[in-house]
Design a protein around this ligand. Structure first.
Ligand code: ADP
Ligand code: MG
Length: 685
């Protein structure tokens, strides 16, 4: 028997195609060849247990070796081997009809190409200039076979040299791929793809430290764990086993996982795996794509999106399912009904586990909440079903660190924090330090304040407001305390509009002028004991801007300046004192200006009334000009008055002091302004 032939592909030559399209995935050749060897070994074992193979099984192992001089890598097994007919059938005749069309369709999806049409073995040509097979079938009387091919459709098939059952695949590594002829490189690849294969994979010898160097021992170096934890029954595993397996998966991670979920389904789909909740301290640590996907213990990928819901890609661990169609494009995957079932199952298991932990071990659950929170919130925000399941165990944290479920918190706050319109108002802070004064005002009133400083809290707040009836969230410093939760009609501000205008100018003179920040003076009767001046930031705009920072597409809000209200407390003695000082020292200086302004304003209004009564085209140019010049004079008078008032503001230390104290109370006084404040305070003392 000796034969030359042509590989059965309809496409003229698939080899350039293999090299070209699979370029970036070169290293998968080792996975393909080793898993073929594992398959061959397992098939033999299956035949033996079915009684169809009666010979000795021996030690079923796969050996990987390389020879840097000969530039070869060899993968050897003692599995079922192949007869000449089988080599013809399984190696030579690649069912590859419509190759061009197929490759065109999937040219961006390399995983789909390999495997889909049994190209596994042929991936060896990505790194080889010649591939040889030495094989001998387990079948009685089978002859050894040698196959050789140089990366073109011609091959040689002739009697082989193998004396024992099994197969050697010998790769003659091409000059561009010599990087693979390295112990470190091959070790890394075997670790990546073969770490949990079910048949021992041997690569070289174990080493030991001797006389200042590492030397080979005579023990085989097995690189894989053939019984990884996920393939065992949960009842066989201890807590330590799960933690040890976590470290086996992530040797670089020192932290222990919070807890885990062992998946074990065989109907209506096959799925095993262990998912771990990692410990997270801050958002920066969140790493996606740490879940490893296996198919019968063969590593496939760490890109699991589409298979697990988005928010669960933050989990760690392994999934193993032969039912996930791996050889299709990602977009197909997402629409596949089976995959959807798997994905839903995983989401439900995760929610069940959290629920169980919450109900049975609440204190433990609370201890871990800091790390869990981001998963739970992410899940609630992205999956309606998960929201429903998680609404029972999603926790709110108050400023003392106490944790409440949504229902518990409602019960706690309902009687004291419902406003006059029947709305339940939940106060929150997202910075304990800068919002301290506002927090103090709220707690003095007996209100509870939540801490909402997590990365997803802004979104979680919006969602809860949509879901919960008659409940809204308000940041504790977004208004004066009486307005945060309005209980009855507000007290009236007893200042005339002229007085308000005067105070407003006086304070404007001392408010910081910053780009991207506006201050607007307002008045409220907050009572004599409340602060004289406070700074608030409206809830709506601030929240929109916070969201804009987190998600693109909301630039409109992101680019608006931040708006702050400077609330002057008309009941406060200091405000009253300022006003009376203004009356005695500024008003006389204004002399007749106020009278003139009043008269001028009347003239402007009269002219405007006349013009408004006419149709636009009936107004003459002269009339228009007249109104313009009247308005100009009015503005001029206003300007004069304002600059007197502002001068007063500039010269009065009390104004600067009140402004700075209010800024300080809101964490807005910094840098040079803060230094100036300190100096001025010392002078005042
Ligand atoms: P697949 O593994 O998806 O069937 P491959 O291209 O990887 O596709 O392999 C093609 C076929 O070649 C296998 O199905 C098997 O019948 C045969 N084969 C490959 N490697 C071996 C081996 N080491 N021992 C026995 N048969 C093998
Ligand atoms: Mg294969």
């Amino acid at each position: 028997m000796s034969k030359q032939g042509k590989i059965g592909v309809t496409s003229e030559n698939i080899f350039p195609v293999i090299k070209k399209f699979l370029y970036s995935e070169h290293d998968i050749f080792l996975r393909e060849l080793v898993s073929n060897a594992v398959d061959a070994s397992q098939k033999l074992r299956a035949l033996a247990s079915a009684g169809e193979y009666k010979g000795e099984l021996g030690e079923l192992q796969v050996r990987v070796s390389f020879d840097p001089e000969a530039k070869t890598i060899t993968i050897s097994d003692s599995g079922i081997g192949m007869t000449a007919e089988e080599v013809e059938k399984y190696i030579n005749q690649i069912a590859f009809s419509g190759a061009e069309e197929f490759l065109d369709k999937y040219k961006d999806d390399k995983v789909a190409i390999i495997g889909h049409f049994g190209l596994g073995f042929y991936s060896s040509f990505m790194v080889s200039s010649r591939v040889e097979i030495q094989t001998k079938s387990y079948k009685e009387g089978a002859e050894a076979v040698h196959w050789s091919c140089e990366g073109n459709p011609e091959y040689i098939l002739e009697p082989g040299s193998r004396s024992e059952r099994g197969t050697d695949i010998i790769l003659h590594i091409d000059s561009e791929s010599e990087e693979f002829l390295s112990k470190d490189r091959l070790t890394a690849l075997l670790n990546k793809y073969c770490k949990f294969l079910p048949i021992p994979i041997i690569f070289g010898k174990k080493q030991e430290w001797k006389d200042g160097a590492y030397v080979d021992t005579d023990q085989d170096n097995q690189i894989n764990d053939i019984h990884p934890a996920w393939t065992k029954k949960p009842s066989e595993l201890t807590k330590e086993d799960y933690i040890a397996f976590y470290h086996q998966l992530y040797p670089q991670t020192m932290e222990e996982p919070l807890f885990w979920i062992h998946l074990n389904v065989d109907y209506p789909f096959n799925l095993t795996g262990i998912l771990y909740f990692p410990k997270v301290k801050n958002q920066m640590e969140l790493q996606r794509n740490k879940i490893q996907l296996y198919a019968n213990q063969v590593f496939v990928t760490e890109e699991v999106e589409g298979i697990v819901p988005e928010y669960l890609t933050l989990l760690h661990g392994v999934l193993d399912s032969p039912d996930i169609p791996l050889n299709v494009s990602r977009s197909y995957l997402q629409s596949d009904a089976q995959v959807k079932k798997i994905s839903n199952h995983i989401a439900k298991k995760v929610a069940d586990k959290l629920d169980e932990l919450f109900r049975n071990e609440r204190s433990l659950f609370e201890e871990k909440w800091e790390s869990l929170k981001v998963f739970v919130q992410y899940g609630m925000l992205s999956d309606e079903k998960f929201y429903e399941r998680a609404a029972k165990f999603n926790l709110l944290t108050d400023l003392e660190g106490k944790l409440y479920t949504i229902e518990e918190y409602r019960t706690l706050t309902e009687s004291s924090q419902t406003d006059k319109d029947g709305q339940l108002v939940w106060l929150y802070a997202n910075d304990k330090e800068t919002q301290y004064s506002a927090i103090e005002r709220a707690t003095a009133k007996g209100y509870s304040v939540l801490l909402m400083d997590g990365p997803l809290d802004v979104h979680a707040i919006s969602q809860l407001e949509q879901k919960l009836e008659k409940t809204r969230f308000v940041r504790v410093d977004s208004d004066s305390i009486d307005k945060l939760i309005a209980k009855d009609e507000q007290r009236e501000v007893s200042l005339s509009s002229e007085e308000q205008q005067a105070l407003s100018q006086i304070f404007q003179a001392r408010l910081p002028r910053e780009e991207k920040r506006n201050y607007h003076v307002t008045f409220e009767a907050l009572g004599e004991d409340a602060d004289a001046v406070l700074i608030t930031q409206g809830e709506f705009m601030r929240r929109m801007q916070e969201m804009a920072r987190l998600q693109p597409g909301m630039n409109f809000y992101g680019e608006l300046p931040e708006g702050y209200n400077v609330v002057l407390n008309s009941d406060h003695a200091l405000i009253k004192r300022l006003l009376s000082e203004e009356q005695t020292s500024v008003e006389p200086k204004l002399g007749t200006l106020r009278e003139e302004l009043k008269a001028q304003t009347e003239l402007v209004e009269a002219a405007r009334t006349v013009q408004n009564a006419k149709k636009a085209d009936e107004v003459t140019a002269a009339e228009r000009e007249e109104l313009e010049s009247l308005s100009y004079k009015q503005a001029e008078l206003e300007g004069k008055i304002n600059s007197e008032l502002q001068r007063f503001g500039q010269e009065t230390a009390l104004v600067g002091q009140l402004v700075d104290l209010a800024l300080l109370g809101s964490g807005l006084l910094k840098g040079e302004a803060l230094a100036r404040f300190i100096r001025r305070s010392q002078e005042l003392l």
